[in-house]
Ligand binder design. Structure first.
Ligand code: PLP
Length: 407
């Protein structure tokens, strides 16, 4: 039988109904669950019975509504299991703490979201004696050279925030697996577009705050992996989610679950519009980076790795040369033309624009910022799906003309 794609796998998860036959699953509002016999309780605590096969125990451990969203995420990523967290950072921290003990190392891309960079660069060395060697993840020889017998994780973003460089997941998996190292991929920028586990990764993390939720109203995350890995996150003694407690609220899980069925439609539309704007910008001689442009350094690799029907993603960047010019353009686009919002984050239905050097990547040292090639004049655009494409291009072109970037 041919391998099923994520959308087909998602359709197969659709076997829960609401309590009264509702087409949507009910929200399980309970934080604790009854047992019918006193002997069941110790069995639960000894780990001999656990959700999903056995009984639910306590909401921080497993909740049916949160568990259902986890099944949807596992279907998207093609993993045995997934579990949802209170934020993307909680998912990333939990995955790392599950795989690394004090004294262990990671090899990570030097271009990751600023919060992840701070976790690896500042927090984990001080709080847990877990150290990271940052490398250019597109330089496979550098990745190989950075691994030691203490390395437990190779960590990268599928499409890096904000440089949009692509991780060569099959090649990284091969390098990592040769030494028994786990490849963890943050797939926040490319749900459905890239399928890291099919490409060789072991664990996938998401900030569901972004495209997966799509409405910029919820902070959430997920860890996807084998059943054993996900159950381990909930271990009563050493599970980082169970012990540190950044679990998801069931009402949040229910809301996100209701947005997953149109994720595929949204991803296609984000990519269609980003490609259109990138083509137009390039034709006018603006310095634009987008994986769907032949001029992007990873365009050919992306063509090999991505699932073509979802395109090349919804994010592009413009380099305007200086922070001042970047600010002027964003100001005009928000306050004069109504093109989008000056705000961090991404994956929203309207366009969001930010200057990474002074915002989401500002945790990085100047040296690492230069190595990652994050220029002061970079504008990251998460291209929205509202308005007409022609209307949006007209607004963007007017803003660029006002700052003198085009005539
Ligand atoms: N991963 C990436 C690639 C991100 O861009 C972000 C946030 O911007 C995160 C993780 C963190 O996610 P959250 O804000 O949901 O904790």
């Amino acid at each position: 039988m041919a391998a099923r794609n994520p959308v087909e796998r998602l359709a197969d998860t659709r076997h829960e109904f609401g309590e009264h036959g509702g087409v949507n699953m009910s929200v399980e509002a309970s934080t604790t669950f009854t047992v019918m016999k006193p002997g069941t309780m110790p069995e639960l605590f000894q780990g001999r019975k656990a959700a999903p096969e056995g009984c639910y125990l306590y909401g921080r451990h497993f909740n049916p509504t949160v568990y259902n969203l986890g099944r949807q995420l596992a279907a998207i990523e093609g993993t045995e299991a997934a579990y949802c967290t209170a934020s993307g950072m909680a998912a990333i921290s939990a995955a790392i703490l599950q795989l690394c003990d004090a004294g262990d190392h990671l090899v990570a891309s030097h271009t990751v979201y600023g919060g992840t960079y701070a976790l690896l660069h500042d927090f984990l060395p001080v709080k847990a004696n877990i150290h990271t060697r940052f490398v250019d993840i597109t330089d496979l020889a550098a990745v190989d050279a950075a691994m030691t017998e203490k390395t437990k994780i190779v960590y990268a973003e599928s499409i890096a925030n904000p440089t949009l460089r692509l991780a060569d997941i099959p090649a990284l998996a091969e390098l990592a697996h040769r030494r028994g190292i786990t490849l963890v991929i943050d797939n926040t920028f490319s749900p459905l577009i890239l399928n890291p586990v099919e490409l060789g990764a072991d664990v996938v993390v998401h900030s569901m705050t972004k495209f997966i939720n799509g409405a910029s109203d919820i902070i959430a995350g997920a860890v996807c992996g084998t059943e054993e890995f996900v159950q381990g996150l909930m271990d009563l003694h050493l599970g980082p989610l169970m012990i540190l407690g950044p679990t998801m609220d069931p009402t949040i899980a229910s809301k996100i679950s209701l947005r997953i069925p149109h994720l595929a439609l949204r991803m296609v539309e984000h990519a269609r519009r980003a490609q259109y704007l990138a083509d137009q910008l390039q034709a006018l001689g603006i310095s634009v980076a987008y994986p769907g442009l032949a001029s992007h350094p990873d365009h050919e690799l992306m063509k090999q790795l991505h699932c073509a029907e979802y395109g090349f993603g919804g994010i592009l960047t413009l380099d305007l040369g200086s922070e001042e010019k970047a600010g002027d353009l964003m100001d005009l686009l928000q306050n004069k033309y109504g093109f989008g919002f000056m705000a961090v984050s991404l994956g929203y239905f309207d366009t969001l624009m930010s200057n990474p050097g002074s915002s989401t990547s500002s945790e990085m040292t100047d040296e690492d910022m230069a190595l990652a090639d994050i220029g002061a004049g970079l504008v990251r655009m998460s291209v929205g799906i509202t308005g007409s494409m022609e209307q949006r291009w007209g607004q963007l072109k007017s803003g660029l003309a006002d700052i003198g970037a085009i005539t």
